[in-house]
Design a protein around this ligand. Structure first.
Ligand code: CO8
Length: 258
């Protein structure tokens, strides 16, 4: 797939930029958006000249959720047999670091898409929530799990049970977003952050991502053991030799991504 209808794909330095682009539907995530985001993310993940991926939306909406009009006519067998939304898991399997840059609405599937990314930065206009209950459904792209891990049980329960939204300040206090920036600066800040990550050794950044993510999948003892094995493995890389040589020689490192 090279011709996208619902997203824009761009490259800035070593950063891949995916912009959701269904303005009339506030970037509602229909199946086409899902396929295109995953296709673009997979392409960028395989590109040796890309070290980090940014996913963003518009000023008004990161994404206002799964496409309610597309979902409405379906019955249980339709969504069960098509295994609706399971393909989004592939975004979580991208090996390079991903940054969600969120302005405006990040509701339902939009909040879940942001949470599928590794770092979440928010404009001061961002609004997060899981309002599915108001539609007679529940989160379907991991919201009940990832929001709970991000903000804890009490707040996740309240948000999912009432559909109440939270603003950027509450989301930052709760630990959902790493920082808030003025809306006008969101993209430049996200790209600067991504470029910082992309200019580290990419294989080492991938190992960091894998290790941090392991914290959500295993016990502390297993996670620490996993981290130590990966730490040992970094000593097999050219970039560990370069990084430590550069430090002792008091010069910036020149990583070769090997
Ligand atoms: N789906 C489809 N279209 C949407 C969506 C959406 N999620 N959100 C907005 N739109 C459309 C509107 O219908 C409208 O289109 P039109 O002009 O043709 O009527 C256009 O975008 C602009 O929206 P509004 O006029 O409503 O704009 P407002 O500024 O008045 O309101 C809101 C903005 C508050 C964001 C409002 O649009 C809204 O509440 N949207 C829906 C939010 C929502 O409920 N999201 C959750 C959806 S469910 C989900 O994501 C996960 C479901 C998991 C199910 C699992 C099944 C397997």
């Amino acid at each position: 797939m090279t011709q996208y209808e619902t997203i824009l794909l761009d490259r800035k330095g070593r950063t891949g930029l995916i912009t959701l682009n269904r303005p009339k539907a506030l970037n509602a995530l229909n199946l086409r958006v899902m396929e295109e985001v995953i296709d673009a993310a997979t392409t960028l993940d395989r590109d040796p000249d890309v070290g980090c991926i940014v996913v963003t939306g518009s000023e008004r909406a990161f994404a206002a959720g799964a496409d309610i009009k597309e979902m409405q006519p379906n019955d249980y067998m339709d969504v069960y047999l098509a295994d609706w939304f399971s393909a989004w898991d592939r975004l979580g399997e991208v090996r390079k670091p991903t940054v969600a840059a969120v302005a405006g609405y990040a509701l339902g599937g939009g909040c879940e898409l942001a949470m599928l990314c590794d770092v979440l930065i928010a404009a001061d206009t961002a609004v997060f929530g899981q309002p599915e209950i108001k539609l007679g459904v529940i989160p379907g792209i991991g919201g009940s799990q990832r929001l709970t891990r991000a903000v804890g049980k009490a707040k996740a329960m309240e948000l999912c049970l009432t559909g109440r939204t939270m603003d950027a300040a509450e989301a930052e206090r709760a630990g959902l977003v790493s920082r808030i920036v003025p809306a006008a600066d969101l993209l430049s800040e996200a790209l600067a952050l991504a470029e910082t990550i992309a200019n580290m050794s990419t294989p080492i950044a991938m190992m960091v991502k894998e290790s941090v993510n392991r914290a959500f999948e295993t016990t502390l003892a297993e996670g620490v053991r996993f981290e130590r094995r990966v730490f040992h493995a970094t000593f097999a890389t050219a970039d560990q030799k370069e990084g430590m040589a550069a430090f002792t020689e008091k010069r910036p490192p020149s990583f070769v991504n090997r």
